[in-house]
Structures are given as structure tokens and as C-alpha cells.
Ligand binder design. Structure first.
Ligand code: IPE
Ligand code: IPE
Ligand code: MG
Length: 254
């Protein structure tokens, strides 16, 4: 490893380790625009987007961030042209296959959030295998939101809880936030502290609707394929300057 690479693996000195977000979520947007600006087909932007995701995952892991959740495909993204959807589905498989060994080496724990049953069967099998193989890793928790929709997730949780009520296992008045969260896809990772959206769009596009109630939001005009370690540093620096009041009058964290 070169001296520069070693330096990149340590947290920049002006970031306070005790004030780092424990869980970062990203809406990886702008791949299509990145490609269009270069006169390339949109899918080339998705390919380059994978490189950004790898760099952000490794950096979060190196800098001591416990969880990264990345929005890779929404329940609404099926509306895109067939060719683009097919490309993305095979890209997920290729990347999973190629990166699994390295993720094992870096002790990444991978999991998926979303309605996985309607993904192509071969992708479902690979997802199951990657989840199983990395289950006991102790590094960063890496969640890929695939065929994920926040509204769909909430309805899915309601259905599961309604069944418990129907079976007499839970009384309606026992349903509280803690019980509800157990039935979300993010049950074991909790809420993100910081949500980053690239490409300048000021919307959440059906991502983690329940979980972002008190998340700090950071929007950058940078397109996802250009989002790198330095851009993450800027997001974290902005985050560390926020005053998280949670409805109170003064910060509870600092
Ligand atoms: C995000 O980039 C990737 C996915 C939604 C899969 P886009 O494909 O949405 O890129 P833009 O927004 O069209 O530039
Ligand atoms: C959000 O991006 C979904 C992902 C990044 C996977 P979109 O490009 O689909 O969102 P909209 O259409 O701009 O809201
Ligand atoms: Mg987009």
C-alpha cells in the first residue's frame, strides 16, 4: 500500500470520531445525467456508479462508520425502459459475484432491503448466498435497498402485524413504535443519522420513509458517479456542524 493509500484509510483529522454518524444512507442519483453529459448511454453511468459505491463503502468501513444503506433500485424504477431494468438486474449479479471475496476480506456484512421475491430468481439466489456468507463478518453493515419502496415496506409491516392480531398474539393497543420497527426491512440496523442524496434533487423518492423522521439530510449537486471519498468528507463535515435537537431546545448529542 502506498503512503497516500494508507493516509486515505484514516479519518481526516478535522472530523471528530465521536460525532460521526453511526449509519449513513445514500440515494445514489444522477447516473443517467452523468452518462448523458458525456454522450454515453445511460447504463454507462450505472457502471461507473458501482465504482463510487465501492469507494464509499470502503471509506465508511475504514473511517469507522458502522452501517451504510444504499438505494440501488426503487419499486418505481420498474417504469424505466426494459433494457435499462435488465441491465441493472444483471449488473447487480455481476457485481455481487465479483465483489464477494473482497467484501469477505474487508469483513463487510451484506444484506438486502426490499421486496426481493419479485427480483429475477438467479439474483435472489445470489442475494441469499452473499447474505449467508457474510453473516458473521464484524465490519460495516452494508444494506442494499433493491426493489425497495418506503410505502411498500410500511404496508408489508402492517400486514405482518395484522396477522399477529388476527391470531390473537398481539393486542391492537400493544402496537407501538418498537414493535412496528421489528417488521421493517431495517429492523436490525435502525435509523440513519445522515441521508445523502446526490445530483441535487430535493426529494426522498420513497426511501426509508419511517426511518428518516430525524435523519440529517445532505443534498449535493455532484452526480453519483463523481461522488468519492472527498465528497463524503464534505458531507460528514457538514453533518458534524448540525445541531440535532430532536424537537427539544438544545442539542442532546454534543
Ligand atoms: C440513479 O441514477 C440510479 C438508479 C435509479 C438505478 P439515475 O438513473 O436515476 O440517473 P438520473 O437521475 O437519470 O441522472
Ligand atoms: C431514486 O432515484 C432511486 C434510486 C436512486 C435507486 P430516482 O432517479 O428513481 O428518483 P426520481 O425519479 O428522481 O424521484
Ligand atoms: Mg434519477
Amino acid at each position: 500500500m502506498t503512503a497516500q493509500q494508507t493516509e486515505q484509510r484514516v479519518l481526516p483529522s478535522d472530523l471528530k470520531p465521536e460525532l460521526l454518524p453511526k449509519h449513513v444512507a445514500v440515494i445514489m442519483d444522477g447516473n443517467g445525467r452523468w452518462a448523458k453529459r458525456r454522450g454515453l448511454p445511460r447504463v454507462m453511468g450505472h457502471k461507473r456508479g458501482v465504482d463510487s459505491l465501492k469507494e464509499i463503502l470502503r471509506t465508511c468501513n475504514d473511517w469507522g462508520i458502522g452501517a451504510l444503506t444504499a438505494y440501488a433500485f426503487s419499486t418505481e424504477n420498474w417504469k424505466r425502459p426494459h433494457e435499462e431494468v435488465d441491465f441493472l438486474m444483471s449488473l447487480f449479479q455481476v457485481v455481487l459475484r465479483q465483489e464477494l471475496r473482497e467484501m469477505m476480506e474487508e469483513s463487510v456484512r451484506i444484506q438486502f432491503a426490499g421486496h426481493l421475491a419479485s427480483l429475477p430468481t438467479s439474483l435472489q439466489e445470489q442475494i441469499a448466498q452473499a447474505t449467508e456468507e457474510t453473516r458473521n463478518n464484524r465490519g460495516i453493515r452494508f444494506t442494499i435497498a433493491t426493489n425497495y419502496g418506503g410505502r411498500q415496506e410500511i404496508i408489508h409491516a402492517c400486514q405482518a402485524i395484522a396477522k399477529l392480531v388476527e391470531q390473537g398474539l398481539v393486542k391492537p393497543e400493544q402496537i407501538d413504535e418498537a414493535l412496528f420497527e421489528k417488521y421493517l426491512y431495517t429492523a436490525d440496523i435502525g435509523d440513519p443519522d445522515l441521508l445523502i442524496r446526490t445530483s441535487g434533487e430535493m426529494r426522498v423518492s420513497n426511501f426509508l420513509l419511517w426511518q428518516i423522521a430525524y435523519t440529517e439530510i445532505y443534498v449535493t449537486d455532484t452526480l453519483w458517479p463523481d461522488f468519492n471519498r472527498s465528497e463524503l468528507y464534505l458531507a460528514l463535515r457538514a453533518y458534524q456542524q448540525r445541531d440535532r435537537r430532536y424537537g427539544s431546545v438544545e442539542s442532546t448529542v454534543k
